[in-house]
Design a protein around this ligand. Structure first.
Ligand SMILES: Cc1cc2nc3c(=O)[nH]c(=O)nc-3n(C[C@H](O)[C@H](O)[C@H](O)COP(=O)(O)OP(=O)(O)OC[C@H]3O[C@@H](n4cnc5c(N)ncnc54)[C@H](O)[C@@H]3O)c2cc1C
Length: 398
Protein backbone atom coordinates (compact mmCIF):
# COMPACT_ATOMS: atom_id res chain seq x y z
CA UNK A 1 0.00 0.00 0.00
CA UNK A 2 2.88 2.32 0.80
CA UNK A 3 4.41 1.72 -2.62
CA UNK A 4 1.03 2.19 -4.31
CA UNK A 5 0.57 5.54 -2.56
CA UNK A 6 4.08 6.78 -3.37
CA UNK A 7 4.35 5.47 -6.91
CA UNK A 8 0.83 5.92 -8.23
CA UNK A 9 -1.72 7.68 -6.01
CA UNK A 10 0.10 10.80 -4.81
CA UNK A 11 1.59 11.49 -8.27
CA UNK A 12 -1.94 11.23 -9.74
CA UNK A 13 -3.35 14.03 -7.57
CA UNK A 14 -2.54 16.90 -9.99
CA UNK A 15 -4.19 14.95 -12.83
CA UNK A 16 -7.29 14.40 -10.67
CA UNK A 17 -7.45 18.12 -9.82
CA UNK A 18 -7.02 19.10 -13.48
CA UNK A 19 -9.70 16.67 -14.66
CA UNK A 20 -12.15 17.90 -12.03
CA UNK A 21 -11.40 21.53 -12.79
CA UNK A 22 -11.95 20.91 -16.50
CA UNK A 23 -15.29 19.21 -15.80
CA UNK A 24 -16.47 21.98 -13.44
CA UNK A 25 -17.99 21.87 -9.93
CA UNK A 26 -21.44 20.80 -11.13
CA UNK A 27 -20.07 17.72 -12.85
CA UNK A 28 -20.15 14.49 -10.87
CA UNK A 29 -18.68 12.00 -13.32
CA UNK A 30 -15.61 10.25 -12.05
CA UNK A 31 -12.32 11.64 -13.37
CA UNK A 32 -10.75 8.96 -15.63
CA UNK A 33 -7.61 8.85 -13.46
CA UNK A 34 -9.63 7.19 -10.66
CA UNK A 35 -10.62 4.31 -12.93
CA UNK A 36 -6.95 3.91 -13.94
CA UNK A 37 -5.96 3.74 -10.27
CA UNK A 38 -8.66 1.12 -9.61
CA UNK A 39 -7.07 -1.15 -12.23
CA UNK A 40 -3.65 -0.57 -10.72
CA UNK A 41 -4.89 -1.34 -7.19
CA UNK A 42 -6.50 -4.58 -8.35
CA UNK A 43 -3.27 -5.65 -9.99
CA UNK A 44 -1.51 -5.06 -6.67
CA UNK A 45 -4.28 -7.01 -4.88
CA UNK A 46 -5.18 -3.93 -2.86
CA UNK A 47 -8.92 -4.44 -3.26
CA UNK A 48 -11.86 -4.72 -0.83
CA UNK A 49 -9.47 -4.89 2.11
CA UNK A 50 -12.11 -3.34 4.42
CA UNK A 51 -14.26 -6.48 4.49
CA UNK A 52 -12.76 -9.24 6.65
CA UNK A 53 -14.79 -11.91 4.79
CA UNK A 54 -13.17 -10.85 1.50
CA UNK A 55 -9.68 -9.85 2.63
CA UNK A 56 -9.03 -12.17 5.57
CA UNK A 57 -7.67 -9.13 7.44
CA UNK A 58 -8.62 -8.19 10.99
CA UNK A 59 -9.59 -4.57 11.70
CA UNK A 60 -6.24 -4.07 13.40
CA UNK A 61 -4.44 -5.34 10.31
CA UNK A 62 -6.58 -3.16 8.05
CA UNK A 63 -6.03 -0.01 10.17
CA UNK A 64 -2.56 0.98 8.89
CA UNK A 65 -3.62 0.27 5.30
CA UNK A 66 -6.71 2.47 5.60
CA UNK A 67 -4.56 5.09 7.32
CA UNK A 68 -2.27 5.24 4.29
CA UNK A 69 -5.32 5.69 2.05
CA UNK A 70 -6.24 8.73 4.19
CA UNK A 71 -3.20 10.55 2.79
CA UNK A 72 -5.19 11.01 -0.41
CA UNK A 73 -8.86 10.95 0.55
CA UNK A 74 -10.26 11.74 -2.89
CA UNK A 75 -8.28 9.02 -4.62
CA UNK A 76 -6.97 6.15 -2.53
CA UNK A 77 -10.12 4.88 -0.72
CA UNK A 78 -12.03 4.62 -3.98
CA UNK A 79 -9.04 3.27 -5.92
CA UNK A 80 -8.92 0.34 -3.49
CA UNK A 81 -12.75 -0.07 -3.42
CA UNK A 82 -12.71 0.87 0.25
CA UNK A 83 -14.65 4.14 0.07
CA UNK A 84 -17.69 5.22 2.07
CA UNK A 85 -20.62 4.98 1.65
CA UNK A 86 -20.17 1.83 -0.46
CA UNK A 87 -18.22 0.03 2.25
CA UNK A 88 -21.06 0.37 4.76
CA UNK A 89 -23.62 -0.67 2.16
CA UNK A 90 -21.52 -3.69 1.17
CA UNK A 91 -21.24 -4.65 4.84
CA UNK A 92 -25.03 -4.44 5.16
CA UNK A 93 -25.62 -6.54 2.04
CA UNK A 94 -23.03 -9.03 3.21
CA UNK A 95 -24.66 -9.24 6.64
CA UNK A 96 -28.36 -9.10 5.75
CA UNK A 97 -28.79 -9.53 1.99
CA UNK A 98 -30.63 -12.50 0.45
CA UNK A 99 -28.79 -14.54 -2.20
CA UNK A 100 -30.68 -12.64 -4.89
CA UNK A 101 -29.88 -9.21 -3.37
CA UNK A 102 -26.21 -10.09 -3.04
CA UNK A 103 -26.04 -11.25 -6.63
CA UNK A 104 -27.77 -8.15 -7.93
CA UNK A 105 -26.02 -5.53 -5.78
CA UNK A 106 -23.16 -6.87 -3.68
CA UNK A 107 -21.30 -8.52 -6.55
CA UNK A 108 -21.11 -5.40 -8.78
CA UNK A 109 -20.24 -3.28 -5.74
CA UNK A 110 -17.40 -5.62 -4.76
CA UNK A 111 -16.23 -5.51 -8.38
CA UNK A 112 -16.22 -1.70 -8.31
CA UNK A 113 -18.62 -1.58 -11.28
CA UNK A 114 -21.36 0.47 -9.62
CA UNK A 115 -21.59 2.80 -6.64
CA UNK A 116 -24.27 3.26 -4.00
CA UNK A 117 -25.62 5.76 -1.47
CA UNK A 118 -27.10 5.57 2.01
CA UNK A 119 -30.24 7.66 2.58
CA UNK A 120 -31.02 8.06 6.24
CA UNK A 121 -30.67 11.74 7.27
CA UNK A 122 -33.67 14.04 6.70
CA UNK A 123 -33.79 17.84 6.63
CA UNK A 124 -37.04 18.03 8.59
CA UNK A 125 -36.00 16.08 11.71
CA UNK A 126 -33.00 15.81 14.05
CA UNK A 127 -31.54 12.75 12.40
CA UNK A 128 -28.78 12.13 14.93
CA UNK A 129 -31.68 10.50 16.80
CA UNK A 130 -32.54 7.79 14.27
CA UNK A 131 -35.94 7.16 15.87
CA UNK A 132 -37.00 10.55 14.38
CA UNK A 133 -36.65 9.36 10.78
CA UNK A 134 -40.03 10.13 9.18
CA UNK A 135 -39.87 8.87 5.58
CA UNK A 136 -42.77 6.46 5.14
CA UNK A 137 -42.49 2.97 3.72
CA UNK A 138 -46.00 1.56 3.27
CA UNK A 139 -46.90 -1.85 2.00
CA UNK A 140 -49.28 -2.04 -0.96
CA UNK A 141 -49.77 -5.64 -2.11
CA UNK A 142 -46.44 -6.97 -3.35
CA UNK A 143 -44.82 -3.54 -3.27
CA UNK A 144 -43.49 -0.99 -0.81
CA UNK A 145 -44.36 2.65 -1.46
CA UNK A 146 -41.84 5.25 -0.26
CA UNK A 147 -42.60 8.93 0.41
CA UNK A 148 -40.19 11.38 2.01
CA UNK A 149 -37.29 13.76 1.67
CA UNK A 150 -33.67 12.99 2.51
CA UNK A 151 -30.49 15.02 2.44
CA UNK A 152 -26.79 14.37 2.79
CA UNK A 153 -27.27 11.28 0.62
CA UNK A 154 -23.57 11.06 -0.21
CA UNK A 155 -22.62 9.66 -3.59
CA UNK A 156 -26.05 9.92 -5.19
CA UNK A 157 -24.99 12.45 -7.83
CA UNK A 158 -22.29 10.23 -9.31
CA UNK A 159 -23.74 8.76 -12.53
CA UNK A 160 -22.34 5.37 -11.49
CA UNK A 161 -24.59 5.33 -8.40
CA UNK A 162 -27.10 2.56 -9.09
CA UNK A 163 -28.46 1.79 -5.62
CA UNK A 164 -29.86 3.69 -2.65
CA UNK A 165 -30.10 1.97 0.72
CA UNK A 166 -32.95 3.85 2.36
CA UNK A 167 -34.05 3.91 5.98
CA UNK A 168 -37.71 4.71 6.59
CA UNK A 169 -40.64 3.93 8.84
CA UNK A 170 -42.71 0.84 8.14
CA UNK A 171 -44.70 0.88 11.40
CA UNK A 172 -45.07 4.18 13.30
CA UNK A 173 -47.08 2.35 16.01
CA UNK A 174 -44.34 -0.16 16.90
CA UNK A 175 -41.91 0.37 19.83
CA UNK A 176 -39.48 3.23 19.02
CA UNK A 177 -36.59 1.00 17.86
CA UNK A 178 -38.77 -1.35 15.80
CA UNK A 179 -40.50 1.21 13.58
CA UNK A 180 -37.79 1.48 10.92
CA UNK A 181 -36.80 -0.72 8.01
CA UNK A 182 -34.20 -0.61 5.25
CA UNK A 183 -35.06 -0.83 1.61
CA UNK A 184 -33.00 -1.30 -1.55
CA UNK A 185 -34.07 1.28 -4.12
CA UNK A 186 -32.56 1.24 -7.62
CA UNK A 187 -31.42 4.79 -8.37
CA UNK A 188 -33.49 4.93 -11.59
CA UNK A 189 -36.81 4.01 -9.93
CA UNK A 190 -39.58 6.43 -11.00
CA UNK A 191 -40.30 9.00 -8.25
CA UNK A 192 -36.67 9.31 -7.06
CA UNK A 193 -35.58 12.91 -7.72
CA UNK A 194 -32.22 14.41 -6.82
CA UNK A 195 -33.05 18.03 -6.03
CA UNK A 196 -29.52 19.41 -5.65
CA UNK A 197 -25.99 18.86 -4.43
CA UNK A 198 -24.98 20.19 -1.00
CA UNK A 199 -21.53 21.77 -0.86
CA UNK A 200 -19.28 21.15 2.16
CA UNK A 201 -17.89 24.58 3.15
CA UNK A 202 -18.52 25.77 -0.39
CA UNK A 203 -16.78 22.79 -2.01
CA UNK A 204 -18.73 20.38 -4.25
CA UNK A 205 -17.45 16.83 -3.79
CA UNK A 206 -17.12 14.67 -6.87
CA UNK A 207 -19.68 12.09 -5.72
CA UNK A 208 -21.98 14.79 -4.35
CA UNK A 209 -24.18 14.96 -1.26
CA UNK A 210 -27.76 14.99 -2.49
CA UNK A 211 -31.06 16.38 -1.36
CA UNK A 212 -33.33 13.60 -2.60
CA UNK A 213 -37.11 13.45 -2.88
CA UNK A 214 -39.02 10.19 -2.88
CA UNK A 215 -42.49 10.61 -4.30
CA UNK A 216 -44.67 7.50 -4.58
CA UNK A 217 -41.58 5.36 -5.19
CA UNK A 218 -42.55 1.71 -5.66
CA UNK A 219 -40.27 -1.31 -5.25
CA UNK A 220 -41.11 -5.01 -4.85
CA UNK A 221 -41.33 -6.29 -1.25
CA UNK A 222 -38.32 -8.48 -2.01
CA UNK A 223 -36.24 -5.27 -1.86
CA UNK A 224 -36.54 -5.19 1.92
CA UNK A 225 -33.06 -5.51 3.44
CA UNK A 226 -33.24 -7.71 6.52
CA UNK A 227 -36.54 -7.85 8.37
CA UNK A 228 -39.35 -5.34 8.75
CA UNK A 229 -38.66 -3.35 11.93
CA UNK A 230 -34.96 -4.24 11.80
CA UNK A 231 -33.76 -0.93 10.33
CA UNK A 232 -32.52 0.63 13.54
CA UNK A 233 -30.42 -2.41 14.46
CA UNK A 234 -29.10 -2.60 10.87
CA UNK A 235 -28.06 1.09 11.01
CA UNK A 236 -26.09 0.40 14.18
CA UNK A 237 -24.42 -2.59 12.53
CA UNK A 238 -23.55 -0.46 9.49
CA UNK A 239 -22.17 2.49 11.39
CA UNK A 240 -19.80 0.60 13.76
CA UNK A 241 -17.16 -0.46 11.20
CA UNK A 242 -17.88 2.65 9.09
CA UNK A 243 -16.96 4.93 11.99
CA UNK A 244 -13.70 3.22 12.82
CA UNK A 245 -12.72 3.18 9.14
CA UNK A 246 -13.30 6.95 8.97
CA UNK A 247 -11.02 7.28 12.01
CA UNK A 248 -8.26 5.23 10.38
CA UNK A 249 -8.31 7.42 7.27
CA UNK A 250 -8.46 10.64 9.31
CA UNK A 251 -5.22 9.62 11.03
CA UNK A 252 -3.57 9.33 7.61
CA UNK A 253 -4.81 12.75 6.55
CA UNK A 254 -3.50 14.26 9.80
CA UNK A 255 -0.12 12.54 9.32
CA UNK A 256 0.10 14.17 5.94
CA UNK A 257 -0.75 17.55 7.48
CA UNK A 258 1.99 17.07 10.05
CA UNK A 259 4.49 16.15 7.37
CA UNK A 260 3.53 19.26 5.41
CA UNK A 261 3.88 21.36 8.56
CA UNK A 262 7.35 20.04 9.33
CA UNK A 263 8.60 20.48 5.76
CA UNK A 264 7.26 24.02 5.59
CA UNK A 265 8.71 24.94 8.99
CA UNK A 266 12.14 23.74 7.90
CA UNK A 267 12.07 25.54 4.55
CA UNK A 268 10.36 28.85 5.34
CA UNK A 269 12.62 31.57 6.69
CA UNK A 270 11.30 34.48 8.80
CA UNK A 271 13.06 36.90 11.12
CA UNK A 272 16.49 35.51 10.39
CA UNK A 273 15.95 31.74 10.46
CA UNK A 274 13.72 28.83 9.53
CA UNK A 275 10.33 28.73 11.30
CA UNK A 276 11.40 25.37 12.75
CA UNK A 277 13.91 27.21 14.95
CA UNK A 278 11.12 29.03 16.77
CA UNK A 279 10.15 27.42 20.07
CA UNK A 280 6.47 28.06 19.43
CA UNK A 281 6.59 26.15 16.14
CA UNK A 282 8.47 23.30 17.81
CA UNK A 283 5.66 23.15 20.39
CA UNK A 284 3.12 22.92 17.61
CA UNK A 285 5.00 20.03 16.02
CA UNK A 286 5.38 18.24 19.35
CA UNK A 287 1.73 18.73 20.37
CA UNK A 288 0.68 17.39 16.99
CA UNK A 289 2.78 14.23 17.31
CA UNK A 290 1.44 13.70 20.84
CA UNK A 291 -2.21 14.09 19.87
CA UNK A 292 -1.91 11.94 16.78
CA UNK A 293 -0.20 9.04 18.50
CA UNK A 294 -2.69 9.13 21.38
CA UNK A 295 -5.60 9.12 18.96
CA UNK A 296 -4.09 6.27 16.97
CA UNK A 297 -3.67 4.11 20.08
CA UNK A 298 -7.34 4.64 20.92
CA UNK A 299 -8.37 3.76 17.38
CA UNK A 300 -6.23 0.62 17.41
CA UNK A 301 -7.57 -0.38 20.83
CA UNK A 302 -11.09 -0.18 19.40
CA UNK A 303 -9.98 -2.33 16.45
CA UNK A 304 -8.48 -4.90 18.78
CA UNK A 305 -11.73 -5.21 20.73
CA UNK A 306 -13.80 -5.43 17.52
CA UNK A 307 -11.53 -8.29 16.41
CA UNK A 308 -11.57 -10.08 19.74
CA UNK A 309 -15.15 -9.51 20.88
CA UNK A 310 -17.21 -7.94 18.08
CA UNK A 311 -18.74 -4.56 17.25
CA UNK A 312 -21.13 -4.52 20.17
CA UNK A 313 -18.45 -4.98 22.82
CA UNK A 314 -16.32 -2.33 21.12
CA UNK A 315 -19.06 0.29 20.76
CA UNK A 316 -17.87 2.59 23.57
CA UNK A 317 -14.29 2.50 22.32
CA UNK A 318 -15.50 3.19 18.78
CA UNK A 319 -17.48 6.17 20.11
CA UNK A 320 -14.35 7.39 21.93
CA UNK A 321 -12.25 7.09 18.77
CA UNK A 322 -14.96 8.81 16.71
CA UNK A 323 -14.68 11.85 19.03
CA UNK A 324 -10.93 11.81 19.68
CA UNK A 325 -9.58 11.19 16.17
CA UNK A 326 -11.29 14.05 14.29
CA UNK A 327 -10.48 16.33 17.23
CA UNK A 328 -6.79 15.44 16.95
CA UNK A 329 -6.89 15.64 13.16
CA UNK A 330 -8.57 19.07 13.31
CA UNK A 331 -5.98 20.53 15.64
CA UNK A 332 -3.04 19.12 13.67
CA UNK A 333 -4.48 20.40 10.38
CA UNK A 334 -5.21 23.77 11.99
CA UNK A 335 -1.60 24.11 13.15
CA UNK A 336 -0.32 23.06 9.73
CA UNK A 337 -2.49 25.77 8.16
CA UNK A 338 -1.08 28.35 10.58
CA UNK A 339 2.51 27.42 9.78
CA UNK A 340 1.74 27.75 6.05
CA UNK A 341 0.40 31.29 6.41
CA UNK A 342 -1.88 32.35 3.55
CA UNK A 343 -0.92 29.27 1.54
CA UNK A 344 -2.69 27.16 4.15
CA UNK A 345 -6.19 28.39 3.42
CA UNK A 346 -6.14 28.17 -0.34
CA UNK A 347 -5.81 25.25 -2.75
CA UNK A 348 -2.03 25.21 -3.19
CA UNK A 349 -1.89 22.62 -0.39
CA UNK A 350 -4.52 19.98 0.50
CA UNK A 351 -4.86 21.51 4.00
CA UNK A 352 -7.94 23.67 3.47
CA UNK A 353 -9.94 20.81 1.94
CA UNK A 354 -8.76 18.49 4.74
CA UNK A 355 -9.88 21.03 7.31
CA UNK A 356 -13.38 21.23 5.85
CA UNK A 357 -13.77 17.47 5.62
CA UNK A 358 -12.62 16.75 9.16
CA UNK A 359 -14.81 19.50 10.55
CA UNK A 360 -17.72 17.76 8.83
CA UNK A 361 -16.54 14.47 10.34
CA UNK A 362 -17.51 15.82 13.76
CA UNK A 363 -21.09 15.66 12.45
CA UNK A 364 -21.39 12.70 10.10
CA UNK A 365 -21.84 9.19 11.44
CA UNK A 366 -23.13 10.84 14.62
CA UNK A 367 -22.21 14.25 16.06
CA UNK A 368 -19.66 14.42 18.90
CA UNK A 369 -22.35 15.06 21.52
CA UNK A 370 -24.19 11.84 20.70
CA UNK A 371 -21.00 9.81 21.08
CA UNK A 372 -20.06 11.65 24.29
CA UNK A 373 -23.52 10.83 25.62
CA UNK A 374 -22.95 7.13 24.86
CA UNK A 375 -19.49 7.21 26.49
CA UNK A 376 -20.88 8.92 29.59
CA UNK A 377 -23.75 6.45 29.87
CA UNK A 378 -21.35 3.49 29.66
CA UNK A 379 -19.13 5.05 32.32
CA UNK A 380 -22.05 5.84 34.64
CA UNK A 381 -23.48 2.37 34.30
CA UNK A 382 -20.07 0.76 34.94
CA UNK A 383 -19.75 2.89 38.04
CA UNK A 384 -23.20 1.88 39.28
CA UNK A 385 -22.48 -1.80 38.69
CA UNK A 386 -19.21 -1.73 40.61
CA UNK A 387 -20.64 0.02 43.69
CA UNK A 388 -18.82 3.02 45.16
CA UNK A 389 -16.41 3.48 42.28
CA UNK A 390 -13.41 3.41 44.66
CA UNK A 391 -12.05 0.10 43.41
CA UNK A 392 -9.75 0.09 40.38
CA UNK A 393 -11.73 -0.84 37.27
CA UNK A 394 -10.86 -2.06 33.84
CA UNK A 395 -11.31 0.38 30.94
CA UNK A 396 -14.08 0.02 28.38
CA UNK A 397 -13.97 -3.16 26.41
CA UNK A 398 -11.37 -4.78 28.68
C1 LIG B 1 -20.22 15.54 4.68
C2 LIG B 1 -21.40 14.81 5.22
C3 LIG B 1 -21.75 13.57 4.66
C4 LIG B 1 -22.87 12.88 5.14
N1 LIG B 1 -23.25 11.70 4.53
C5 LIG B 1 -24.41 11.10 4.88
C6 LIG B 1 -24.91 9.94 4.18
O1 LIG B 1 -24.26 9.46 3.22
N2 LIG B 1 -26.11 9.43 4.53
C7 LIG B 1 -26.85 9.95 5.55
O2 LIG B 1 -27.93 9.44 5.81
N3 LIG B 1 -26.40 11.04 6.26
C8 LIG B 1 -25.21 11.62 5.95
N4 LIG B 1 -24.77 12.74 6.62
C9 LIG B 1 -25.62 13.31 7.66
C10 LIG B 1 -25.07 13.19 9.07
O3 LIG B 1 -24.94 11.84 9.44
C11 LIG B 1 -25.98 13.99 9.98
O4 LIG B 1 -25.80 15.36 9.64
C12 LIG B 1 -25.72 13.75 11.45
O5 LIG B 1 -26.11 12.46 11.84
C13 LIG B 1 -26.47 14.75 12.34
O6 LIG B 1 -27.83 14.77 12.05
P1 LIG B 1 -28.54 16.19 11.79
O7 LIG B 1 -27.77 16.90 10.72
O8 LIG B 1 -29.99 15.95 11.54
O9 LIG B 1 -28.31 16.99 13.13
P2 LIG B 1 -29.30 17.07 14.36
O10 LIG B 1 -29.76 15.71 14.73
O11 LIG B 1 -30.31 18.10 14.08
O12 LIG B 1 -28.31 17.58 15.49
C14 LIG B 1 -27.81 18.93 15.47
C15 LIG B 1 -26.86 19.13 16.62
O13 LIG B 1 -27.55 18.94 17.84
C16 LIG B 1 -26.64 18.54 18.82
N5 LIG B 1 -27.12 17.33 19.50
C17 LIG B 1 -27.77 16.28 18.97
N6 LIG B 1 -28.01 15.34 19.91
C18 LIG B 1 -27.51 15.81 21.06
C19 LIG B 1 -27.43 15.32 22.39
N7 LIG B 1 -27.92 14.11 22.71
N8 LIG B 1 -26.83 16.09 23.31
C20 LIG B 1 -26.32 17.31 23.00
N9 LIG B 1 -26.36 17.81 21.77
C21 LIG B 1 -26.94 17.09 20.81
C22 LIG B 1 -25.31 18.27 18.13
O14 LIG B 1 -24.43 19.37 18.29
C23 LIG B 1 -25.71 18.15 16.68
O15 LIG B 1 -24.66 18.48 15.78
C24 LIG B 1 -23.64 13.43 6.19
C25 LIG B 1 -23.26 14.66 6.74
C26 LIG B 1 -22.17 15.35 6.28
C27 LIG B 1 -21.83 16.67 6.89
Amino acid sequence: MHAFMQEQVLPAEPTYAAQRAAAGPDDHTVPPVVEDLKHAARERELWNLFLPAESGLTQLEYAPIAELSGWSLDLAPEATNCAAPDTGNMELLHLLGTDEQRKQWLEPLLAGEIRSAFAMTEPAVASSDATNIATRIERDGDEYVVTGRKWWTSGVLDPRCALLVLMGKTDPEAPAHRQQSMLLIPRDTPGVRVVRDLPVFGHHDQHGHGVVEFHDVRVPVTNLLGEEGGGFAAAQARLGPGRIHHCMRALGAAERALELMVTRAQERVAFGGPLADQGVVQHQVAESRLELDQARLLCHQACQVIDAAGNREARTLVAMAKVAVPRAAMSVIDRAIQVHGGAGVTDVTPLAAMYGWHRAMRLFDGPDEVHLRAIARAELSRHRQSGTGDAPKAGPGQ
